[in-house]
Design a protein around this ligand. Structure first.
Ligand SMILES: [Zn+2]
Length: 477
């Protein structure tokens, strides 16, 4: 009897000890996981010298990246040796937008690595997983990208190098972002030496949509037009007789195809994309107004866009700049460079009554259990163009599409507002980049802004504008 009681006592004591031990482990796990989930800083996770980086990686399976319409664009899979690897089902289609992991990181994989490697499933579940040696699923990232629009942009660019970026003017959501040359993120490690071979000079890792530095060509006439309006208190009166060319300080500027456009008002000069009229306009602008206008339109400034390392556009005119350079600048040649993102932001603001919504591509972080962890709200940068300036540019950009340089492009049932550009970038004037910037509106009032550049393709109206039409149709269908 006494012996039995002693055994019972002993067993009870053992249970207490085991229970207490479990409690301790549980508390330790909670503190450990809690540290990473609640307080782990981005810097801590990103520091590859941190020895706990791999531990953290071992506990959480990197989350999935989706398009806005639910297509998987990056996910973690397990190979036959039970080793995890990152899979990009659409290969090159999203390469610059989604980026890669393996040889360092780029794109969304880099900018949201912290979130993809955090798990917001319930703490109970995480502790159970850890105690059973199972990884917890990381949070998933939903982007703003539209699968069909991305595909149309990618396929439309075809074999050309260049970039396409499309943004919703009223929210700033990036709907498509393509840059070529590109790479397959699935095989980036395997072909790394080849991709980064400087002697090949194709810089396939550069996201030209946000970091390209291109001469804007005639798309810059949007900026010159706004400067003209500001120099004339908003009055659009303008008179010019085009003879096909203009000579400024011994420098001769020709109109496209050496065409004489005859008598033009501001609308005609814009829709004809008359170089002579705009060169004349440029040299007669108050220099400070021209500079202030460019800066108010974000030239020489960091762009307010949450898309990674976007490049500053350059507007290189000051009080000492010669008239011939100012004339070239006014028509988008000279030293001016822009990124497709910047041009897309300008037309996006025009489409949105002058108000610029800051572009973004990461819409929300969602736990594997479906709870929204964080969600991006559209953010206004404020008005960069007045409503009356936006209204006039709408009228001029519609004229480009109705009876100007892009009137041969079939945009279907959409109302389209745009500006073409043919930008010289070498001393050979026959080799030019093809630009189209603008936006489309459907019958319900939904809008999409776009910037397209096709390197070395020639006339904007012939190549870039039809590509924009394909993206618009894919998006609005
Ligand atoms: Zn002309």
């Amino acid at each position: 009897m006494t012996r039995e009681r002693n055994t019972k006592k002993y067993i009870r004591k053992e249970i207490y000890v085991v229970a207490a031990l479990f409690m301790l482990v549980f508390i330790a796990m909670a503190v450990y996981l809690g540290f990473f989930v609640k307080d782990g800083s981005r810097e801590f996770i990103y520091n590859s010298y941190n020895s706990r980086f791999s531990v953290f990686n071992d506990d959480v399976t990197r989350g999935t990246i989706y398009t806005a319409d639910g297509h998987v664009i990056a996910e973690t899979k397990t190979d036959s040796d039970r080793k995890e690897y990152r899979d990009y089902p659409d290969e090159r289609l999203f390469s610059h937008a989604v980026g890669y992991v393996g040889k360092g990181m780029a794109g969304l994989e880099a900018n949201y690595s912290f979130d993809l490697l955090k798990s917001h499933i319930s703490l109970d579940e995480q502790i159970t997983n850890t105690l059973s040696g199972i990884k917890s699923p990381g949070d998933n990232l939903y982007t703003t990208l539209n699968y069909d629009a991305q595909k149309a942009a990618y396929e439309g660019l075809g074999m050309f190098d260049g970039a396409v970026i499309a943004i919703e003017p009223d929210t700033g959501k990036v709907v498509s972002m393509v840059s070529k040359p590109d790479y397959d993120p699935n095989t980036i490690a395997k072909y790394w030496d080849d991709i980064t071979d400087n002697t090949k000079n194709n810089s396939a890792l550069l996201n030209r949509a946000i970091a390209g530095a291109y001469p804007p060509g005639s798309t810059f006439k949007i900026v010159t037009t706004i400067a003209y309006l500001r120099d004339n208190d908003g009055n659009p009166d303008f008179d010019y007789k085009c003879n096909g060319s203009i000579t400024v300080d011994d420098y001769k500027i020709h109109c496209s195809s050496r065409k004489s456009h005859g008598n033009e008002d501001l609308l005609k000069a814009f829709s004809n994309s008359c170089n002579s009229a705009y060169a004349y306009m440029g040299i007669n602008l108050d220099r400070d107004v021209f500079i202030d206008t460019a800066e108010s339109l974000l030239f020489n400034k960091s762009l307010p866009a949450d898309l990674g390392s976007a490049k500053k556009s350059v507007f290189d005119v000051d009080d000492d700049t010669s008239n011939s350079i100012v004339a070239q600048t006014a028509i988008g040649q000279g030293q001016t460079t822009v990124s497709p993102l910047h041009m897309c932001m300008l037309v996006s603001a025009i489409a949105n009554n002058g108000e610029l919504m800051e572009p973004y591509i990461a819409d929300k972080i969602v736990s594997d259990e479906g709870d929204v962890v964080t969600e991006t709200s559209p953010k206004s940068y404020g008005k960069i163009i007045s409503e009356s300036e936006a209204a006039l540019l709408n009228e001029y950009m519609e004229a480009v599409v109705m009876d100007g340089t892009a009137d041969s492009v079939d945009f279907g049932d959409l109302t389209v507002y745009g500006k073409t550009g043919t930008a010289e970038y070498t001393s050979n004037k026959n080799v030019t980049h093809s630009w189209f910037v603008g936006y489309a509106k459907d019958t319900t009032g939904r809008k999409l802004a776009i910037a397209v550049i096709m390197e070395g393709a020639g006339y904007g109206s012939k190549y870039a504008a039809p590509l924009a039409a394909k993206v618009f149709n894919a998006y609005f269908e």
